[in-house]
Design a protein around this ligand. Structure first.
Ligand SMILES: C[S@@+](CC[C@H](N)C(=O)[O-])C[C@H]1O[C@@H](n2cnc3c(N)ncnc32)[C@H](O)[C@@H]1O
Length: 237
């Protein structure tokens, strides 16, 4: 049977599917990182992710996967460069399912190519604020919140918390305010100011505080690498 790939509004009659628009924060701040095919093909490599995360990519990925039981239904809230999505797919395994979503069509194409050979893992175009497809056993939100303005952070946290089943977890891995004497504090502040301006308010905000339904969850938090990174897990009661 032919496979039908639904990527854009033109693939289906309008009432059935409306593709989300690429938000302004991506067009204005992250065009070079996620929309421009020339830089995207260069950036989508494990070595680049490893360097951007100061050698911590494997450790942070394992910290996220540790919260996710193989064989469950899992949502990945946005594509991540390198081997993250196929690794998560292999971790979930053929007895489970992985849905990856992304709001940029080029990223959907990249991810689809990476997920070849893992039929239980799929990618679709969607906004993490309205992911659909739930409820899931686990939702993984990896280095997404720091890229969006505050209002969008709140919408995405709400959309992801709403997507998890009772007993299920939403796992957020992202930047965090580094320790006062962290040797990389100066360079990270420069990078955030110049390239990732929406990361700055995450330094002063607990992810839990972005949730308007926080009492329905138990929350845990762990920091890594001198506080530069955090894992926050919200488990639905
Ligand atoms: C997960 S984040 C950052 C990951 C990190 N820089 C990396 O790739 O290693 C990057 C992805 O988030 C996607 N994205 C941004 N806003 C989104 C939203 N509201 N819904 C779904 N995906 C979104 C971007 O298109 C991009 O592919």
């Amino acid at each position: 049977m032919d496979q039908i790939i639904i990527k854009t509004e033109s693939d289906l009659p309008a009432p059935l599917f409306t593709a989300p628009a690429i938000p302004d924060y991506i067009k204005d701040t992250y065009h070079w990182a996620y929309i421009d095919p020339a830089t995207v093909s260069w950036l989508d490599r494990g070595l680049i992710v490893w360097a951007i995360l100061w050698g911590n990519s494997g450790r942070l990925m394992r910290a996220a996967f540790q919260e996710i039981k193989p064989g469950g239904s899992v949502l990945q809230a946005a594509y991540v460069y390198g081997d993250f999505s196929p690794s998560l797919g292999r971790h979930v395994g053929p007895d489970g399912s992985l849905d990856v979503i992304d709001i940029v069509p080029l990223q959907v194409d990249n991810c689809r190519a990476r997920l070849r050979g893992l039929p239980w893992a799929r990618i679709r175009l969607a906004d993490a604020a309205e992911p659909g497809g739930g409820p899931y056993d686990a939702v993984c939100c990896y280095f997404l919140l720091h890229e969006m303005p505050r209002d969008k952070k709140i919408d995405v946290v709400r959309g992801l918390l709403d997507s998890v089943a009772p007993g299920g977890k939403v796992i957020f891995v992202d930047y965090h305010k580094p320790a006062r004497l962290h040797p990389l504090k100066g360079v990270m502040n420069l990078i955030w100011r110049k390239l990732e301006p929406f990361a700055i308010d995450l330094m002063e905000t607990e992810i839990e505080a972005l949730a308007d339904d926080g009492d329905a969850f138990t929350w845990s938090k762990e920091t890594f690498f001198g506080g530069l990174y955090q894992k926050v897990v919200a488990t639905r009661r």
